[in-house]
Design a protein around this ligand. Structure first.
Ligand SMILES: *Cc1c(COP(=O)(O)O)cnc(C)c1O
Ligand SMILES: [Zn+2]
Length: 425
């Protein structure tokens, strides 16, 4: 290897150097970035990392960027918090939340992947970038491209949540709504990237983009005091994030930054779009594409690009996958907010509900250290909670009115508590 990293075919091993390419010419399998770990060994140390910036670029020695690259976007390094009240509700004792609902700058973990993809778009000289998106990626590309002064075309399914559309347009990106689902949009983007020579973060820049997800895994290990958890629960759309957290843990083990121990990977999907969970449950290598129908739009990829790799990672780790209904997703959003003060989007509802189910079914034991990945912010999908809360009538600014209000409220909530306590189960 002449550089610190290069592209390599995941199946046949053919190498491609560093270029904007995502599929092997020979066998049509996906390409992945591999590193010269001996080169990284002196630079990727606990000491070097803790002396680094307070964002994901502290791990740059294992990210595909040149040594001379100056990071422009301080994404990542989100909180890892203990979640005792949620744990008590679901029958766990040692539960943590990795909270990318507050990832900067656009409040989802997609800021991490875009930071790496756009660094490469600039290095390759693209003046226009874009993506196909289920929402969060659109927001992240639009915001970061604005900061870098790149032109932006973003293609989304026409029925996306209004907040995610607005959160793309506000940055001045050109938004193209496509009459179709994500899989139609993605196919169109491949054709556009070829025809116009643009940098599409999740098409021709996909191998670089995907590496950004590793920083979730690096952070979990560092924030646990350079330890690996027993279990990780990860939402799956294309299936990339879960495989990259695993890659991060394996790189940490290979470089001796953490003890080598088994980590079980658990994948979470919505029942209305669950091709990977279904394959795991059926014990098959074949991912059968689905037509998505769920409120968890950010996970609604019916033909997941990394589905096979995600299901292999899950099964070989001794983990499992589950899928939950839209009703369970909404309840879990409320449960996480009420117990831990974290308002997540529908994808986080999926992960929370799946964590509860895994615990109820004994697949996650109470004392094991489990990290649940919350990947996006609830303010982007408030429509999921439409009608969930009554607006009480306004009172006059008088103490007697307030006392009446408290009396009525107390009576009403006593009635409610008879109807049941827990949302998730
Ligand atoms: C994109 C996305 C995911 C899943 O990402 P993949 O790497 O495609 O599996 C999870 N959560 C949120 C909020 C996302 O936007
Ligand atoms: Zn190949």
């Amino acid at each position: 290897m002449t550089t610190a990293y290069e592209l390599r075919c995941r199946e046949c091993g053919k190498t491609y150097g560093v270029q904007p390419l995502s599929i092997c010419d020979d066998c049509f399998s996906p390409l992945e970035v591999t590193y010269d770990l001996e080169h990284a060994r002196t630079r990727f140390t606990r000491e070097a990392i803790s002396a680094g910036p307070l964002n994901m670029w502290r791990y740059r020695a294992l990210l595909p960027v040149a040594d001379s690259y100056e990071p422009q976007t301080p994404a990542g390094l989100t909180p890892l918090v203990k979640a005792p009240r949620l744990a008590a509700r679901i029958g766990a004792r040692n539960l943590y939340i990795k909270n990318d609902a507050v990832c900067m700058p656009t409040l989802s973990f997609k800021d991490r992947v875009v930071a790496v993809a756009l660094a490469n778009a600039q290095a390759f000289g693209f003046d226009t970038v874009g993506c196909s998106s289920t929402g969060n990626l659109a927001n992240a590309v639009a915001a970061q491209a604005a900061r870098l002064g790149l032109k932006t075309f973003i293609l989304v399914p026409a029925d996306l949540e209004p907040a995610k559309i607005l959160n793309t347009q506000v940055y001045g990106a050109t938004l193209v709504r496509v009459d179709g689902n994500y899989d139609h949009v993605n196919r169109l983007c491949s054709q556009i990237a070829d025809r116009y020579n643009w940098g599409f973060v999740n098409v021709n820049l996909r191998p670089y983009y995907a590496e950004g997800s590793k920083t979730v895994g690096f952070e979990i290990a560092e924030q646990l005091g350079w330890r690996l958890p027993d279990n990780v629960v990860v939402p799956m759309a294309g299936g990339s994030l879960i495989t990259k957290i695993r890659k991060a843990f394996n790189e940490l083990i290979a470089l001796g930054l953490v003890e080598d121990k088994p980590v079980r990977f658990f994948g979470a999907q919505a029942t209305g779009c669950s091709p990977i969970a279904k394959a795991v449950k059926n014990g098959t290598e074949v991912i059968e594409p689905q037509r998505p129908h769920t409120i968890a739009r950010s996970l609604a990829i019916g033909n997941p690009a990394d589905g096979i790799y995600a299901s292999r990672a899950i099964r070989s780790s001794g983990g499992w996958a589950e899928d939950v209904s839209d009703v369970e997703i909404v309840s879990a959003i409320q449960e996480l907010a009420e117990t831990e003060g974290i308002f997540t989007e529908t994808a986080g509802g999926v992960t929370t509900a799946v964590t509860a189910r895994l615990s109820a079914h004994g697949r996650i034991q109470a004392d094991e250290l489990t990290v649940t990945c919350i990947t996006g912010n609830g303010l982007k999908t408030t429509d999921a909670l439409n009608g969930a809360y009554d607006q009480s009538r306004a009172i006059r600014p008088r103490l007697t009115d307030f006392e009446n209000f408290v009396e009525e409220y107390t009576a009403a909530s006593q009635g409610l508590s008879l109807a049941g306590e827990s949302h998730v189960r």
